[in-house]
Design a protein around this ligand. Structure first.
Ligand code: HEM
Length: 409
């Protein structure tokens, strides 16, 4: 079996391979780029365990001694402060790559800004942006759904929440796409050096400008916290803005894209949702399960030896959980390979689990519900304008989504 998790061709339909894994090799070792071995975990029950079990750490420094670290990963500094000199620390110095207590400290700075109650206050604004984007294409009767709708919507929302000007969003999209598409591909990362430098400069200029003209937005709030000095270093602030901007749109774009694609491939489900728009909440949960925006969660490391699925996983080993496989596990979900927008008790793992459970889940859900609900109401005669075989899936290990989705209506 060839598990080339980063190749677009594999991603076009990874589900037969995932099914094989769940049955035959639920804990399976693959070679990542650069010959680095990693365990891939495919069953729902095991994925759920890994995400909750704190022996699977996020920061490799908590899994290996400084000596082991310098042997295996010479580019990782044992002291995170030294890593900051490298210029790329903003890619990793955020909560998603830290364990407690750093994770707890960083997450607590933004937790309250993303509760369902606070996010609900954005409903009207999300609806207005959705309508604006659809107004712009309505007369034309066709659009490229990713570029003209699914991408700009979450991007505009997260930039407004942070208080960042949206004018730079195409530049920002390029950098952000480059980073996520290089995930799991060491060589691709090497080629990005210049781009990453520009991205970091952009973020630090943004922070400098905002410091001069603070207001009530999230970025101003974080800058005030950084000024207090104890809770957030400058590098962590840049990394936080990077994480929120990237996580805030790279995923939701594919919730909208994959959700619409799934409906177009299941006309009976599309009809059901058009007949009863109140099903949008359970429909969005089902889109997240059926074909969520992420194939894997981000990487974890073992801080001690663990037995799982008949294998001995050693301290220091790298572990990847296949969210997209867990969500199609027929031991957990009835008719797991089918789309059922009325599914009840849908405990999918698309947002992860445990302490790193997606901070933005309430926002992503609201955006997905408004975007897809409004699209079907305003453009009921929606059709795919391309043969599904010709869809091109985005490269990189993390993201599950298409480059373009041309539709007519
Ligand atoms: C449908 C859209 C989304 C999906 C499927 C998704 C999925 C995920 C997953 C699976 C994780 C955990 C990764 C891991 O444990 O390795 C995560 C974490 C995170 N997500 Fe999302 N996400 C989405 C939207 C968003 C949005 C809109 C934001 C914006 C605020 C966001 C911010 C974050 C942050 C900050 C974390 C790190 C949390 C932590 O480490 O404690 N996400 N997301």
């Amino acid at each position: 079996m060839d598990f080339n998790l980063i190749s677009p061709a594999f991603k076009a339909n990874p589900y037969p391979a995932f099914s094989w894994l769940r049955t035959n090799a639920p804990v399976y070792q693959i070679n990542m780029q650069g010959d680095r071995p990693a365990w891939i975990i495919s069953r729902y029950e095991d994925v759920d365990t890994v995400l909750k079990d704190q022996r699977f750490v996020k920061n490799v420094r908590n899994a290996l001694s400084p000596e082991e670290l310098s042997q295996k990963f010479p580019w990782v500094q044992p002291d995170p402060q030294q890593q900051q000199q490298s210029g790329n620390a903003f890619l990793s110095h955020h909560m998603l790559n830290f364990d407690p207590p750093d994770h707890t400290r960083l997450r607590s700075l933004v937790n309250l800004s993303f509760t369902p109650r606070l996010v609900e206050q954005w409903r009207e604004r999300i609806q207005a942006i959705t309508d604006e984007l659809l107004d712009a294409v309505q007369e034309r009767g066709e659009m490229e759904l990713i570029g003209e709708f699914a991408f700009p919507l979450p991007m505009m929302v997260i930039t407004e929440m942070l208080g960042v000007p949206t004018v730079d969003r195409m530049r920002f999209r390029t950098w952000s796409n480059q980073v996520v598409e290089a995930s799991g591909n060491f060589e691709a990362f090497q080629d990005l050096r210049e781009s990453l430098r520009e991205f970091r400069n952009y973020l630090s200029d943004l922070i400098a400008q905002k410091s001069k003209q603070p207001s009530e937005d999230l970025l101003s709030k974080l800058i005030r916290t950084e000024a207090e000095g104890e809770k957030l270093t400058e590098e962590e602030l840049i990394a936080m803005v990077f994480l929120l901007l990237v996580a805030g749109h790279e995923t939701t774009v594919n919730l909208i894209g994959n959700g619409v694609l799934a409906l177009l491939q299941y006309p009976d489900q599309l009809e059901k949702l058009k007949q009863d728009p109140s099903l949008i909440k359970s429909a969005v949960e089902e889109f997240l399960r059926y074909q969520g925006p992420l194939i894997t969660a981000t990487q974890r490391w073992l801080s001690e030896d663990v037995e799982m699925g008949g294998q001995l996983l050693r301290r220091g080993d790298q572990v990847l959980v296949l969210l997209a496989s867990a969500n199609r596990d027929d031991q957990r979900f009835a008719d797991a390979e089918g789309l059922d927008i009325t599914r009840e008790e849908n405990h999918h793992l698309a947002f992860g689990k445990g302490i790193h459970f997606c901070l933005g889940a309430p926002l992503a859900r609201l955006e997905g519900q408004i975007a897809i609900g409004t699209l079907l109401r305003r453009m009921p005669h929606l059709n795919l304008a391309i043969d599904p075989q010709d869809l091109v899936w985005r490269p990189g290990m993390l993201i599950m989504g298409v480059n373009n989705l041309p539709v007519t209506f």
